[in-house]
Design a protein around this ligand. Sequence first.
Ligand code: DAH
Length: 344
Amino acid sequence: MKEAIDLIFKELADLKAASQKEVEEARIRFLGKKGEVTALMEQFRTVAPELKREYGQRLNELKKAAAAKIEELKEAAEEAAVAAAPKEDLSMPGDAMPLGSRHPVSIVRQQIVDIFRKFGYDVAEGPEIEDDYHVFEALNFPPNHPAREMQDTFFVSTGHVNPLLLRTHTSSVQVRTMESQGLPIRVVCPGRVFRNEAISARAHCIFHQVEGLYIDKDVTFADLKQAILLFAREMFGPDTEIRMRPSYFPFTEPSAEVDVSCNICHGKGCNICKGTGWLEIMGCGMVDPNVLKASGIDPEKYSGFAFGMGVERIAMLKWQVNDLRHYFENDMRFLQEFATATEV
Ligand code: DAH
């Protein structure tokens, strides 16, 4: 038995194993169930009692030495495998990180605001959940005006004198500005508005408006016309023309609807302007004296103009988008078209 132990010690000392597979084979050969060391352990049971102590010690050493050797070879083989694996090519280009971009409605809203800022207007904001007073009453809507009906307005609470509702236009911010700011006033009010409309290519229940309000001494309709002409030329190009058509809004008198010359066909007539050469962009007018009075401004001393436009509508005209719903569906293919469209 002694010779057998010595022989295995020698074999272990000479043992070489390059691959992980060879290490495993060596482990089975020495330490497996039928391995050489295991076989000697079996044999040990038959050793004469006076030799047990000596051989027992030797055998234990052998078993430990075999395990240590196998472990050592295993680590070496693992290291070799890692070293042999294909290296990372540090000169490869990195993975592109897709960058988000601003939403087209945000881009146009910002463009509108920036144009009016250049003209000296401030920006005012108001709450989306408003009361009937600021959305209707202070803006000269008669008590039974259809806009106050359930089918046009989302009410948050009803059944009392001044119900809460989702604002149907940003004209409510006019009222809040007149209540809280000193004169003169020159503001634009961008914001989200809500109407109880069936969703279609031309209408949505949520959209955005920019309202404008200018109040000072001696403000005239000519000032209004000039402000809108300058805005239209900044927005749609320097050769843009405007025309005004008489209209009606409870909060302005006189009131008008503004058209810009079609920036696609330049007046010749196309399917975007339905052959007319003109595109409607906003409502406007001189602030009704009743509206000034409701907010404590003396209409004998002051006058003003107001206008309101839909941001999605301006964006549709600017970029010839034919379905309003594109703006709300967050389809990446649509949104990415505007990734670089940030210039005014
Ligand atoms: N508030 C109107 C709307 O939502 C838009 C509007 C028209 C605003 C005329 C005005 C205005 O300030 O003078 O349709």
